[in-house]
Design a binder for this molecule. Sequence first.
Ligand code: DLL
Length: 473
Amino acid sequence: MNDEARIRRQEARGIIKKSTKKLNNESAAGNSDFLPKSNEKKFWNKKMECMKEKDMRAIQSKRLVDLVARVYKHVPFYRTRMDEAGVKPSDIQSIDDIVKLPFTNKTDLRDNYPFNLFAVPMQDIVRVHASSGTTGKPTTVGYTKADIENWKEVVARCLTMAGVGKKDIMQISYGYGLFTGGLGVHYGAETVGCSVVPISGGNTRRQLQLMSDFGSTVLACTPSYALHLADALTENGYSLKDMKLRTGVFGAEPWTENMRLELEKKWGIRAHDIYGLSEVMGPGVAMDCIHHCGLHIHEDHFFPEIVDPITKQPVPDGQEGELVFTTLTKEGIPLLRYNTHDLSTLNHETCLCGRTSVRMKKITGRSDDMLIIRGVNLFPSQIEHVLLEMGETSAHYMLYVDRANNLDTLELKVELDESQLTDTIRDLQNLSRRIEHALNSATGLHVKVTLVEPKTIARSEGKAVRVVDNRKK
Ligand code: DLL
């Protein structure tokens, strides 16, 4: 959907005021509540964020040449991989040569657990993070002092992009600890000068109490937890009037454009999408600006490519594929062509906000969380999209995949809104039939829909788990 269409749709949904003006850089969001105030800083690092493509490529080329020489010298894994691929550091003269390099995958991090991919001695590592992963060993990453400085810088760019600054009180409800979410956002928020409330995840009642008592203006957490917190307001004796929230910094899991609109409406805020992964850095690899037309990648640090999921060949802008990153500046654990398996597209056009940095489309899912149901590819985000588009239930759902008589089955349990509890059985039967029909039109699959009472689906305090695939047991 183009920007203009998006704005018109937001108008239609009452998210923003109707404007007859043609869209331009300043008026695109249409509603002054959703635009940065004139005293908000627009860029953290204008030079890098608005650099001409030719100049950016010169920086990337120089950094890539340095990086390849470094990893070839210091990381036996890369030396072996490059030797096997018949590539020498001297073959890499510019960023265009990146395609000659081999890919790196999550299994390579696991196989080199815990520290064998580090490119510096342990005495230069000042921080270690790890992600649990769904199976087996965690993946471990290490940061030097310079890495931490760069991480602060990119998160500061992200927050400034979302209009977050010195006057904000930022409640960080991402988990602190080995997960990169809490500490990663924390350091960037301090860098821009926010008053940081490092509450970490969980304890919903306390989250709301502090949000009200402290007057938090920014909430950073997963979108699913932000939804849960919004739904928990009333039962904890609060209303929106008690809160001063104006911005959300949501990420760490896929969420749809409809979910963004839902969260903006529920909280009366501007919701932004922050993307990242621990292997590449953590939160702050990319973020969307107020125009919400893709996430700006800090490409002077993280060089992106999109590759075809099957052939692994780079595809042109606009074509969907797997997102691959090369970390151009990282010292602790630099990565060459790391395949994230996140699905996206790239766009090198200059954004309405003035940034020239390449944008990635909101992640639609991962090539490896794709479900195949009776031969049909299905992403959980497609289900969410339909539910929110219909807007007749809550957005809390769980998808159960099973196999009966050798055939895949799909059941969706979705929570009703409190207000629907008084509906007649016939009304509810009609509703589940309508949802089944909409899901069938959108996915080509028959999904059995079961409506369940409000608050019966387990809430997550971190990343939402929305699929139970019993076929794998
Ligand atoms: O989730 C880092 C992070 C923390 C990002 C807080 C944003 C905010 P990992 O635990 O290593 O790191 O998980 C990385 O999560 O490959 C994506 O599949 C998914 N992911 C992260 N951010 C987004 C997002 C953190 N904004 C994996 N949209 C990534 C969609 C996301 N998926």
